[in-house]
Design a protein around this ligand. Structure first.
Ligand SMILES: C[S@@+](CC[C@H](N)C(=O)[O-])C[C@H]1O[C@@H](n2cnc3c(N)ncnc32)[C@H](O)[C@@H]1O
Ligand code: SF4
Length: 383
């Protein structure tokens, strides 16, 4: 470290729920098909044990966002989510305007649950739609159809949510650019505040990796991206990150904190956290398997490490350069404790290659840098 790290880095809390009704063939998240009854109460107790164990590490800093992700958190009852959020509020200071997101699968939606989550403090819902085509939803092994996705959105609005994200994917098996755009149009018809539009990636350790479907070639993907981004922008959804698009005032505060290399506590099976401490930036993680996790919750983390200078530099860039606006240059030293001089050589190279904007005082990818993000990051890896 070349300078002391500040003690007031923005802080979030990530809570992981590791169960789903069925495992989707493309998904490499830590999610497991639910077999038998959901151990809601025991799991909430384990989550709160994690939060309690972490509380002394944050020395009065307040939590500005909570993300209850999965897996499928909407499998949980309103009562369990209320118990979780009350327990968190009793153990951690929460910002007055804390953003609290919960991920929902349209195949696991209950109107009473949605209303109760809101009463419990959830003020943002993220619904995993993926596609509005019955054929594509089947190819993706989803447990719901398009009508259930639309119904989930209606139920969320009726329950009073004014901040809803829809997850959609493109580049699906045998998908044409027209079909990808039709999915986007149907999502836009619902008028969500936020849209996450992910390109399907074939991840190792998934069924799709072992039995690859035929996905669109690069030309078709490019066609989808260009037309999709134009459609989104035309409807008032500004792209602010590789996959994130939002109406004015509805950027996801929780994810922005990751991309700006903020801190986050981790609760739940396989959850990863990051904390800025006197000794440096520490990452830590919890046991992945739900049962092993429940047996160990709150007592110890499964692993942790202080980031070395090279890791810090690369990880900062891997996050910050996903943002269309980038970040102020000064944030690099503030979040990593490294001198800006550590960047001067790779910055010059990235600018020479047209991958990075040359405005002084900012780290911002050019359009070319956004298209070739791996090349841009490679510059910081070599340097
Ligand atoms: C962890 S999932 C949680 C949402 C919820 N479980 C659901 O699927 O309805 C978050 C989002 O990541 C995206 N996703 C998951 N696997 C992906 C992959 N292989 N490629 C691209 N996006 C993916 C999906 O859009 C999904 O909604
Ligand atoms: S429902 Fe979501 S988290 Fe669960 S397996 Fe499917 S994509 Fe993954």
């Amino acid at each position: 470290m070349t300078q002391p790290l500040p003690g007031d880095v923005p802080l979030s809390l990530y809570v992981h729920v590791p169960w789903c009704l069925r495992k989707c063939p493309y998904c490499d998240f830590n999610s497991h098909e639910l077999k038998g009854a959901l151990p809601e109460q025991a799991y909430v107790e384990a989550l709160l044990a994690d939060v309690e164990a972490d509380a002394p590490r944050i020395a009065g800093r307040s939590v500005q966002s909570i993300f209850i992700g999965g897996g499928t958190p909407s499998l949980f009852s309103g009562r369990s989510i209320a118990c979780l959020l009350e327990g968190v509020a009793a153990r951690l200071p929460l910002a007055e305007d804390v953003e609290i997101t919960l991920e929902a699968n349209p195949g696991a939606v209950d109107a009473k649950h949605f209303a109760a989550y809101r009463e419990a403090g959830v003020n943002r819902l993220s619904i995993g739609v993926q596609s509005f085509s019955g054929e594509k939803l089947q190819a993706l092994g989803r447990v719901h159809d398009a009508e259930q996705a639309r119904a989930a959105f209606r139920v969320a609005r009726e329950a009073g949510y004014g901040n809803i994200n829809l997850d959609l994917m493109y580049g699906l098996p045998e998908q044409s650019p027209q079909q990808a755009l039709e999915d986007l149009r149907q999502a836009l018809d619902l008028e969500p505040e936020h849209l996450s539009w992910y390109q399907l990636t074939i991840e190792p350790n998934t069924l799709f990796h072992h039995q690859p479907p035929t996905v669109p070639d690069d030309d078709r993907l490019m066609e989808m991206q260009e037309a999709g981004l134009a459609l989104l922008a035309g409807q008032g959804y500004a792209q602010y990150e590789v996959s994130a698009h939002a109406r004015e005032g509805f950027r996801c505060r929780h994810n922005l904190n990751y991309w700006r290399f903020g801190d986050y506590l981790a609760a739940g099976a396989g959850a990863h956290g990051k904390l800025t401490e006197k000794e440096g930036v520490r990452r830590y993680w919890r046991a992945r398997q739900p049962n092993a996790y429940m047996n160990s919750a709150g007592r110890a983390v499964a692993g942790e490490r202080l980031l070395a200078a090279d890791d810090l530099r690369l990880e900062f860039m891997m996050n910050a350069l996903r943002l269309n606006d980038g970040v102020p240059m000064a944030l690099f030293a503030e979040r990593t404790g490294l001198a800006e001089a550590a960047l001067s050589e790779p910055l010059a190279r990235a600018r020479d290659q047209g991958l990075l904007d040359d405005e002084a005082g900012w780290l911002r990818p050019t359009l070319r840098g956004r298209h070739f993000l791996n090349d841009l990051l490679g510059v910081f890896l070599d340097g």
